[in-house]
Write a protein that binds this ligand. Structure first.
Ligand code: HEM
Length: 179
């Protein structure tokens, strides 16, 4: 997994909880010797171990943690890849273009990067369907990112995000509607 995601996970735990929680988490995950840097790519197992232990520590299900973390990621991701944004885009346009802009760029940056394939079907001006496909089974993160984008584009009170099947699978359809 892209080092940016891991360094943001570290910052998320440090700011939402505190630094000692992060220290405890990396110890439990057996990762206390790993130096997380945004320029590196880390085994996916590091993320699974960190989120798994975070779920145990907080009592929150891993899916819920993924959602919260996804929401938190958005401002930084948007800042990092701002050159690819178009000023007229709002939440649904951003989702429609992620695969060919942001995730396309991420794949180009490093051969080991493998963001999920997001097949997005625009059903109308105010509605679309995301087909998430990834062996990482992190569609909760996708749901959180959609919520974060709605906040970013100042549409949080109008955007509904509805996964149509359990969020734990490799293939998850997410219905997004603007009221
Ligand atoms: C806003 C612009 C976005 C940027 C800059 C971005 C960037 C990234 C990056 C760098 C990764 C790590 C990839 C890797 O380590 O292989 C990633 C993973 C991921 N992205 Fe995006 N992303 C964006 C939007 C989205 C959107 C809109 C969704 C879903 C609606 C999404 C869903 C995910 C998920 C679920 C992962 C975790 C890995 C997986 O499930 O396989 N991203 N993204």
């Amino acid at each position: 997994m892209h080092g940016t995601i891991l360094t943001l996970l570290k910052r998320y735990v440090q700011t939402q909880y505190d630094h000692s929680t992060w220290v405890k988490l990396v110890e439990l995950a057996g990762l206390d010797r790993v130096d997380f840097d945004h320029k590196n790519v880390y085994p996916d197992e590091h993320v699974y171990a960190l989120v798994g232990h975070a779920a145990e520590m907080t009592g929150l299900p891993a899916g819920e943690l993924h959602e919260k973390f996804g929401e938190y990621l958005v401002p930084d991701l948007m800042y990092m890849y701002q050159k690819l944004l178009r000023p007229e885009w709002k939440t649904l346009d951003m989702l429609e273009h992620t695969e060919l802009t942001m995730h396309h760029q991420v794949r180009k940056e490093h051969a080991e990067n493998s963001p999920p394939v997001l097949e997005v079907t625009r059903l109308g001006p105010n509605e679309l369907m995301i087909d998430y496909v990834s062996p990482r089974r992190m569609s909760g993160l996708a749901v959180g990112i959609v919520r974060g984008l709605a906040v970013y584009f100042d549409e949080a009170d109008r955007i509904d995000v509805m996964p149509t099947v359990s969020e734990e699978g490799e293939r998850v359809r997410i219905h997004v509607r603007r009221r």
